[in-house]
Design a protein around this ligand. Structure first.
Ligand SMILES: Cc1cc2nc3c(=O)[nH]c(=O)nc-3n(C[C@H](O)[C@H](O)[C@H](O)COP(=O)(O)OP(=O)(O)OC[C@H]3O[C@@H](n4cnc5c(N)ncnc54)[C@H](O)[C@@H]3O)c2cc1C
Length: 257
């Protein structure tokens, strides 16, 4: 149960090994994913890039609805002014800050200092993806769980060849990869290749070539034990309209990771 269900689900959902993950957040994930009825957690594997699966359709829909979208436009500063907010040199009635936690912390530093310092201090867990190619290999399913431990880094392999990419291309995903980042790319690639040969031997055809390694050091905030649910409230009297923010940074209401 622990090896086959708890470990892989915990590291996949929380990007944190179960030995150090928050049990409260993990229970929330189990409840949402397994006990909340049909459709509460569907496994969907895109056949197109993530950009084409999510942001591109949203972009098209917003533009068709007349929205003014400015992509590749970096916001430098946000400040509160009478009746709204100033974003760089333009004024708006409302602002939704949805950059990364670190960048949002920078932008909000003078508006919401308490929230900003919590957001800036969030610890992150890295994710490494090792892409390998084996000519003509087809796995029995587009996604397989692997047994991972101190010698076998990857928890999942995706057969990208069945998902729109060239046949034989596979993506090995290493979540909660702190130890493998410390070990270095060479050690990680060697261990992942050994793991692939051992676990997928019957389906591999010919050579197994590493084509790309992507390390995202700030992939996902860790959901660790001993980080209590914390609600940070910052208030600033900027005009007659008092703007108030209340952001949950851990626990209830944020169990998606
Ligand atoms: C390898 C990997 C695997 C992952 N797997 C999963 C998974 O299986 N399940 C899951 O739920 N999550 C997963 N995640 C995490 C998930 O991708 C993030 O939680 C999610 O993308 C966060 O979305 P977001 O909109 O909050 O932020 P982001 O996607 O980071 O978007 C923030 C946007 O803000 C923009 N921006 C930043 N600064 C500024 C600025 N100053 N001005 C204007 N724009 C700015 C950025 O360009 C970016 O477009 C994974 C992440 C990685 C890296």
């Amino acid at each position: 149960m622990r090896t086959d269900l708890v470990e892989p689900l915990c590291v996949a959902a929380l990007n944190t090994p179960s030995s150090s993950a928050s049990a409260q957040v993990f229970l929330r994930v189990l409840n949402d994913a397994l006990f909340s009825g049909l459709g509460s957690a569907d496994l969907l594997l895109p056949r197109v890039s993530l950009g084409e699966a999510l942001p591109a359709p949203a972009d098209r829909w917003l533009r068709s609805a007349g929205a003014d979208l400015r992509v590749r436009h970096r916001v430098d500063r946000v400040s509160a002014v009478d009746g709204g907010w100033r974003v760089d040199d333009e004024q708006f009635e409302g602002v939704v800050l949805a950059a990364s936690a670190l960048e949002s912390a920078r932008i909000a530093a003078s508006i919401a200092p308490n929230w900003s310092s919590v957001a800036a201090a969030l610890p992150y867990a890295p994710i490494i993806t090792v892409y390998m190619s084996s000519p003509d290999a087809v796995l029995p399913w587009p996604m397989l769980a692997l047994i991972a431990d101190q010698r076998r880094p990857a928890q999942f392999v995706f057969d990208r060849g069945q998902l729109g990419a060239p046949r034989g291309l596979m993506a090995f995903v290493i979540s909660g990869a702190d130890a493998w980042v410390d070990a270095g790319i060479e050690a990680t690639v060697t261990a992942t290749r050994d793991q692939a040969k051992q676990a997928l031997g019957p389906w591999l055809r010919g050579s197994l070539t590493v084509t790309q390694v992507v390390t995202e050091k700030r992939a996902v905030p860790k959901e660790r034990i001993r980080v209590d649910k914390e609600t940070v409230t910052d208030e600033q009297q900027v005009s007659e309209t008092l703007r108030k923010e209340e952001v949950e940074v851990e626990g209830e209401g944020r169990g998606e990771r």
